[in-house]
Design a protein around this ligand. Sequence first.
Ligand code: BG6
Length: 474
Amino acid sequence: MTNTSLTGKAFPEGFLWGGATAANQIEGKWNVDGKGPSIQDVMPVGISGAPTEEPTQDNLKLEAIDFYSRYAQDIALFAEMGFKVFRFSIAWSRIFPNGDETEPNEAGLAFYDRVLDECEKYGIEPLVTISHYETPLHLAKAYDGWTDRRLIGFYERYARTLFERFGNRVTYWLTFNEINSVLHAPLMSGGIWTPKEQLSKTQLYQAIHNELVASASATKIAREVAPNAKIGCMILAMPTYPLTPDPDDVWAAKLIEHDNYAFGDIHVRGSYPGYYLRKLRELGVELDITDEDREILKNTVDFVSFSYYMSVCETADPSKRVEGRGNIMGGVQNPTLEVSEWGWSIDPVGLRVVLNDFWERWQVPLFIVENGLGAMDKLTEVDGVKTVEDGYRTAYLRDHLIQVREAIEDGVDLLGYTWWGPIDLVSASTAELSKRYGFVYVDRNNDGSGSLERYRKQSFYAYKEIIESNGASL
Ligand code: BG6
């Protein structure tokens, strides 16, 4: 159902239009200017295979799209589209190469000063993710990542360093990218070196607890050293529909929703919800939670941000299970929806569902910080200019934004929308370049070949027009 009654209606004044990226997927220069290796530098196939011991040349992330050298040109392209906001992450191992040092690496901090200079030049608001799947490799190998509560202290030092250095230049901060994804991708999301199949539930839920405390602690530190900062949590949103009206399916879907809601509930309400405590009891998990942890968790967020790519279904009946492919979590395939070339269901209405659910549940401003379509693009020439005729991407963008406008009309308080990723980058789950999300094409291929030249796709002009009209052209 698409309600066309709002055609021509603009988005609220000051709505933050833009795009989102992550350091490990764009920067490259993985060992330059004092940067240490991160877990991504040993994940040449993303989460679809085991990590390597050391960085290997077949890992596209080592050079990615070389944003580290080309940031000025890329931000100029974002400005040309009219971006009001640019979401990027800071690579933890550029600032603390091993993660457990006491002094930061000045060259790493200086790079992000340069990025912020460019944003300021165009009046683009930065939106900074403190940790986006980039745990320093040393913390993964020597501490087993977030299973070890000493990481709370290392993260606090890192976050404090960022707030002290950039707190007067950056208003919007996200503590951890898709914090709930640790349930499914413990290495990528939690820096946990123990293979997933060997990880105990107690280790996993302790890691989650440690991250949640670290996140709340960062909020507390920001209140002290960067009082103008607005801190958000970031959740992988994937609405789970019951496969059938059978109440058992409805409840099965609810349980999956609980797994994800818990992360928002704790960030917004400052304590563990009853259904989560019950789950821990049923799993036989006893967590190491101190009184101080409980106090720290009370430092709640200013807003909730989330990524949205797709919805899934759930059923209590194993004979009806048809596993779909999808963003980290997987789930039962929705038979009513089309899928992308990577098998991700395309469900614009699901975005309206998420926006309404989150708003009704938490009553804090929301921010869509990822939404996008990964597709095989073909570079072509139109009137002698190299471009990509990506009407499919523009259609995806428009269909989702129409639902966003509906949700705003439903009363949802929404700060902005950042498309993932506005420029082609290396994918997280499969570490490939042929899964292109950008409005800007980057000439680099899965085999590492390519000039790294940038070209405007046709969707570049479509998004520009949408931003220019503040959504009224949709
Ligand atoms: C999100 C991540 O899960 O989805 C991004 O925050 C990621 O890092 C994006 O790139 C799209 O997933 P993929 O696997 O297609 O890159």
